[in-house]
Design a protein around this ligand. Sequence first.
Ligand code: AMP
Length: 157
Amino acid sequence: MLHQLGSEVGTKSCVLLKFFSVVKAKADEETAAKAAARTTDKSSPTIFDKIVKKEIPATIVYEDEKVLAFRDINPQAPVHVVLIPKDRDGLTQLSKSDPRHKDILGHLLYSVKVIADQEGLTDGYRVVINDGPNGCQSVYHLHLHILGGRQLKWPPG
Ligand code: AMP
């Protein structure tokens, strides 16, 4: 009886701990996004430029002359790939795009399909572009998140 009670309390504590760590992670992401929006000189190079130049390591999963895709350092799903244009060309975020970017935007979207096939995401996946502080964007170099490998929930938070 005591043993059963103990294990029940243990299970509930685990669920509560998990809940609070998710809440904390979400709060951290929002804080980071707000800080990035406030302090980032949007035209200065980002960590993604360093990845493009191979100055810092990343697990690259796809590359062609225009785009680069690598595994997210803080994955939110079994498959979490970040896809970027190699040349940012003013595309700090999607909302800064203009007509000259139509080709690269199309190229990025088609690359998502190629990468999803390569990653074996046959049951579906999600493509996310976070834009600005309300979108929780933390890196000001346009990027698409490709998430898959588990059942994703809707609506997002
Ligand atoms: P966002 O919050 O939409 O701006 O997404 C930025 C993403 O970049 C986050 O999911 C980070 O985990 C990811 N990230 C940041 N630095 C790196 C890195 N060095 N390698 C791989 N992913 C990174």
